[in-house]
Design a binder for this molecule. Structure first.
Ligand code: FES
Length: 257
C-alpha cells in the first residue's frame, strides 16, 4: 500500500530570510534547516548524520553547511554528506515559493547515497613493523627467527599494527584518523619477555556507533603479536577529537577540502 505524499506547509514569508541566510523551521513536528542561497530556497533535516549535530547552527558557505559539532559538511541542495565524520546523507525536502511564502514538503527518506555503511572489517593477522629494528636484525627475523619478528616491541610498532584497524564507515585506519592518543608498554608481571600494552583511544563522538567494533579490533590486532601478553584499551574523550587530528593521508583519502 502506498503512503500518501504529505502536503506542502508554508513555513515563512520569502522576505523573512535574507540571501544568503538560514533558519530553523518546524514542519509537521520535524525541525528543518531552511536555507536561502543564490535566489533559491533549500530544506534539509536539522540533523547531522554523524551524531545528531544541529546543522542550522553551522556555518553556511555557498551551498555547504558545516556541522557545528565536528565539522562534517553537507550539501544543502541534496543533503549529501560531503566530508567526514559524516558519511550518510541527511534528508533533503521539497521546497517551493508561492504567494510570497516559502513552502516545504517533507520527504520520507534521504535521497542521496553516501559510501557503504558498516562493511565488515577484515581483520588480518597483526601487522609487523620493523621500525625498531636495525636492517641486519630485520633480515634475521625475516629468516624465521622464533619469538618476536620485527624486533622488540615499541610504541611505533604498536602504532603500525593499529593501522590494520579501520573505521568501518570511513575505511580509514584509526592512527591516521587521529584516534590514538597514547600507547604505553610495560613488562608483563607474570609472563617474562612479554608486554602489557595500554592504548588511549578516542572516538569521533561520544556515541560513535563503531566504538565497540574498533575496541574489539584493536585488542585482536595488537593481541595477535607474540610479544604481547595483554591489551588494554582506555577510551579518552578529553580532549575531544576534532578533524584537525587527522593526518594528510587521511584527509586525502576522504577528499576533505
Ligand atoms: S555531529 Fe555532526 S560532525 Fe559530528
Amino acid at each position: 500500500m502506498s503512503v500518501p505524499m504529505p502536503d506542502f506547509v508554508r513555513v515563512i514569508d520569502v522576505a523573512e530570510l535574507p540571501d544568503p541566510g538560514k533558519t530553523l523551521v518546524d514542519v509537521d513536528g520535524d525541525m528543518i534547516a531552511l536555507f536561502h542561497v543564490g535566489g533559491a530556497f533549500y530544506a534539509i533535516d536539522d540533523v547531522c548524520t554523524h551524531d545528531g549535530g544541529p546543522l542550522a547552527d553551522g556555518e553556511l558557505r555557498d551551498h555547504k553547511i558545516a556541522c557545528p559539532r565536528h565539522g562534517a559538511k553537507f550539501d544543502i541542495r541534496t543533503g549529501a554528506a560531503l566530508s567526514m565524520p559524516a558519511v550518510r546523507p541527511t534528508r533533503a525536502h521539497d521546497v517551493k515559493v508561492e504567494g510570497g511564502g516559502v513552502w516545504v514538503r517533507l520527504r520520507a527518506e534521504a535521497g542521496v547515497g553516501g559510501p557503504p555503511l558498516h562493511g565488515s572489517l577484515p581483520v588480518t593477522a597483526a601487522a609487523v613493523s620493523t621500525c625498531c629494528t636495525p636492517p641486519a636484525a630485520r633480515e634475521a627475523a625475516a629468516g624465521g627467527a622464533a619469538g618476536a619478528p620485527g624486533g622488540p616491541l615499541c610504541e611505533d610498532r604498536v602504532r603500525e599494527m593499529l593501522k590494520e584497524v579501520k573505521d568501518p564507515e570511513l575505511f580509514v585506519n584509526i592512527v591516521d584518523l587521529g584516534l590514538i592518543y597514547g600507547v604505553t608498554l610495560s613488562p608483563a608481571t607474570d609472563v617474562p619477555g612479554k608486554q602489557h600494552v595500554a592504548i588511549d583511544m578516542t572516538m569521533t563522538s561520544p556515541a560513535c556507533p563503531a566504538g565497540p567494533q574498533l575496541i574489539a579490533d584493536t585488542k585482536r590486532v595488537v593481541g595477535a603479536s607474540p610479544d604481547v601478553e595483554a591489551v588494554e584499551v582506555r577510551i579518552v574523550m578529553d580532549p575531544p577529537w576534532t578533524p584537525d587530528r587527522m593526518t594528510e593521508a587521511a584527509r586525502d583519502q576522504l577528499g576533505i577540502f
